[in-house]
Ligand binder design. Structure first.
Ligand SMILES: Cc1cc2nc3c(=O)[nH]c(=O)nc-3n(C[C@H](O)[C@H](O)[C@H](O)COP(=O)(O)O)c2cc1C
Length: 189
């Protein structure tokens, strides 16, 4: 795919086919993430590729979160959403992105931004390869449990996670709030 096609074609995917993703394809995507820019060239990101029993445990954790925040929804919608959460939309793999934790605000910001750059590379590389992703922080509401399931030490910050898999479809891009970039851009001389 051409570069801008990838940019405009990436969407948050929430429904996946069960087809497995080849390990070499996952590595290719993570290699693209590993080529992101980083503060002080510290390359302060790590990735946990989750499948199998651990993915089921993360799904159970997210289902509890989903149960909590859909308590006011109609039952059918609620059941559907909790079912989605439990399987992460049926994605065969989850990738968790970590960075170095720091109590120093400037460092913490730099680390988070570096890992976010890696995360975006990951999403775009996946899209270029016909794979779907969804940047997610909602599941981190159950962070202590995620840390326990994946054995993540306190010196690592969990940045986000994404399902990875072949999408049922790539929806059309959502409209931009300011498509003409009249409000979001200020030109100064
Ligand atoms: C920092 C961040 C956190 C997000 N957290 C979630 C999440 O917890 N659950 C979810 O379904 N989508 C999450 N998203 C995806 C957004 O909802 C999505 O990117 C947005 O609605 C725009 O849709 P698009 O990505 O298809 O353009 C998150 C995105 C970002 C950048």
């Amino acid at each position: 795919m051409e570069f801008f096609e990838v940019i405009y074609g990436r969407r948050a995917v929430r429904q996946y086919k069960p087809d497995p993703v080849r390990r070499e394809d996952i590595l290719k995507i993570l290699d693209a993430a590993n080529y992101a820019p980083s503060g002080m060239n510290n390359q302060q990101w790590e990735f946990i590729v989750v499948s199998g029993k651990k993915k089921i445990q993360l799904g159970d954790s997210y289902a509890i979160i989903a149960d909590g925040y859909t308590s006011s929804w109609d039952q059918p919608q609620r059941d559907e959403f909790i079912g989605y959460a439990r399987t992460y939309g049926g994605a065969p793999v989850l990738i968790v992105v970590l960075t170095e934790a720091s109590d120093i605000r400037g460092i913490s910001k730099m680390n988070l931004e570096s890992a976010s750059a890696a995360m975006e590379n990951l999403l775009l590389a996946a899209r270029a390869m016909g794979l779907g992703t969804c940047w997610m922080t909602g599941p981190l509401q159950d962070e202590p449990n995620i840390r326990r399931i994946l054995d993540i030490p306190d010196n690592k910050e969990i940045v986000a996670l994404t399902p990875l898999g072949y999408p049922v479809s790539f929806p059309e891009a959502l409209p931009r709030l300011d498509p003409e970039l009249k409000e979001k851009v200020r030109w100064v001389e």
